[in-house]
Write a protein that binds this ligand. Structure first.
Ligand SMILES: [Zn+2]
Length: 232
């Protein structure tokens, strides 16, 4: 009798990973409210996020995005404060071009994190149409909604422009910002959020580290290294 139960279990697991996981990618893992509430995140703190945006993204779009992010951050006694640095043309077509640009971009002293808001051009729309074909064909969604560099987890980009294609079924700029926002606090991907809650708690504990730059909100990168000083 154990055999059928066992296979039923595996069918469930595979259904779970194939059906539910793609949707959960809009967040970074499944929330565990009880676990989250059982941890202490210390005092209220502010992360200053400098924003570089593309043409077509208005200041009010930035504030709307941050409102959604801050709702999520309030779980951890945290607030992200946007400061718009500039509006510019995209440094390259691909996400990797943007990340490379950000890695070399010197973060001004009033920034703890750097966020690039990618807009939507006619070239993007064409690319979306092309990748949509591949998506429908093999069931893989090629387009990346955002990314954070893994060296310091302090710089990243998201697709910030509201879109009308099938992608909206899966994601939105707000959920992308929340997702990448977790990476910017040192979280990786996990099925359940426990590890991420602990990471945020540990990052906030670094605020009391005597070796940190007092004018920088510290971080822990993807491989667990403490980032106590503002990277270039
Ligand atoms: Zn991610």
């Amino acid at each position: 009798m154990t055999q059928p139960l066992f296979s039923k279990f595996w069918i469930r697991i595979s259904l779970f990973t194939s059906v539910l996981l793609p949707f959960s990618c809009t967040t970074i893992g499944f929330h565990q409210t009880k676990v989250r509430e059982s941890l202490s995140y210390g005092e209220q703190a502010t992360v200053r996020v400098c924003v570089i945006k593309e043409e077509g993204i208005e200041d009010k779009d930035v504030f709307t995005l941050f409102e959604a992010w801050n709702e999520e951050l309030s779980f951890y006694q945290l607030k992200a404060e946007p400061s718009i640095l500039m509006t510019m043309e995209r440094p390259g077509f691909y996400g990797t071009d943007i990340l490379e640009y950000l890695i070399l971009f010197k973060m001004p002293s009033q920034c703890d994190r750097l966020l690039y808001l990618k807009g939507r051009t006619w070239g993007d729309i064409l690319f979306e149409v092309l990748t949509l074909g591949i998506f429908a064909g093999v069931g893989v969604k090629l387009e990346v909604q955002g990314a954070v560099e893994a060296k310091t987890n302090t710089k990243g980009y998201i697709k910030a422009k509201y879109i009308s294609t099938i992608q909206l079924l899966f994601t939105s700029p707000k959920s992308t910002l929340i997702h990448e926002g977790y990476h910017m606090l040192g979280c990786g991907h996990q099925l359940f959020m426990k590890e991420c809650y602990e990471r945020i708690r540990d990052v906030k504990l670094l605020l009391t580290d005597p070796n940190r730059d007092p004018n920088f909100f510290p971080n822990i990168n993807s491989s667990g290294r403490k980032i106590l000083k503002r990277p270039i």
